[in-house]
Design a protein around this ligand. Structure first.
Ligand SMILES: Nc1ncnc2c1ncn2[C@@H]1O[C@H](COP(=O)(O)OP(=O)(O)O)[C@@H](O)[C@H]1O
Ligand SMILES: [Mg+2]
Length: 270
């Protein structure tokens, strides 16, 4: 395994689900919010994005699955490669990319009136995918999201009837049901109780063998618990965000190269 300023390049790069950002810059109108971000996010592994609010972590995550372009004034430059193929190539449909690269948001967003069962299958429905064994997909996905035992006797209840932590796990189950290559998670636990947080972390641990995970978190303990790589983002006042340092999580926390990384991971700012 080699660690460069851009992150971790890895002998496992041939396995599917390798995501790579090359020279990504981003704007909202004429406000530049990201500057030349390079990051390799290896398969079978969890990459944590850390850094203070406003430094572009969510924007970067949305660029990784083509949600950034949904904002009318949003622009970007650079490349994003999934298994060495540019997700922004002219012949690639955004809906295809978003099916392969799922996203879980800070605020759980299940369809509140839909049943738990239907919520899990809703992503498949959106992509027009029919499965021969929907019951099995629902159970497997809910088990992977550590929610099955809590809801198996009430799959016909509305998604909106669940607690916040359960709703978030339902959203994770919905994302996993389409069997994505990558799962992007934007502060998925910041509104959750400790039990749900632990369950989500267990899920991340379990799925990383099959799904490349990229997670934004402000919780430094969580970053250390769940991730193998970290990228530290920073933005000086009114300047675009950039990566100060990326590398193995053990190095970012135990032996950072940059003093600002050291200060941030030790809670001295942000
Ligand atoms: N939809 C938007 N329109 C205009 N500016 C935005 C939008 N979303 C984010 N920004 C700006 O982009 C910068 C980065 O924001 P964001 O990616 O949300 O940072 P973080 O997730 O690190 O807190 C901020 O200055 C924010 O105000
Ligand atoms: Mg954010």
């Amino acid at each position: 395994m080699t660690v460069t300023a851009e992150g971790v390049t890895n002998v496992e790069a041939t396995k599917s689900g390798a995501l790579e950002a090359r020279a990504v810059s981003a704007w909202f109108g004429n406000h530049k919010v990201l500057e030349n971000v390079n990051l390799f996010m290896p398969p079978q592994s969890v990459t944590a994005l850390i850094g203070p609010s406003g430094c572009g972590k969510s924007t970067f995550l949305r660029i990784l699955n083509r949600m950034h372009e949904l904002v009318p004034i949003a622009q970007l430059s650079g490349e994003v490669l999934l298994d060495n193929e540019d997700i922004y190539a002219a012949n690639v449909r955004a809906t295809h990319t978003r099916a392969r690269i799922g996203m879980v948001f800070q605020k759980p967003n299940p369809f509140p009136a839909m049943t738990i069962y239907e919520n899990v299958l809703s992503g498949l429905k959106l992509t027009g995918t029919t499965v021969p064994n929907p019951d099995e997909v629902v159970e497997t996905s809910l088990r992977q999201a550590s929610l099955w035992n809590e809801v198996k006797d009430r799959l016909d209840s509305p998604g909106g009837a669940l607690s916040g932590g359960q709703q978030q796990r339902l959203c994770i189950a919905r994302s996993l049901a389409v069997q994505p290559d990558v799962l992007l998670m934007d502060e998925p636990c910041s509104a959750l109780d400790p039990t749900s947080t632990r369950r989500v972390e267990e899920t991340i641990h379990d799925i990383k063998q099959r799904v490349t995970v990229v997670i934004v978190t402000h919780n430094m303990q969580q970053a250390q618990r769940v991730s193998q790589q970290c990228a530290f983002f920073l933005a000086e006042e009114n300047q675009p965000g950039y990566i100060v340092e990326a590398g193995l999580t053990t190095d970012i926390f135990g032996n950072p190269k940059d003093d600002r990384t050291n200060d941030y991971v030790n809670g001295r700012f942000g």
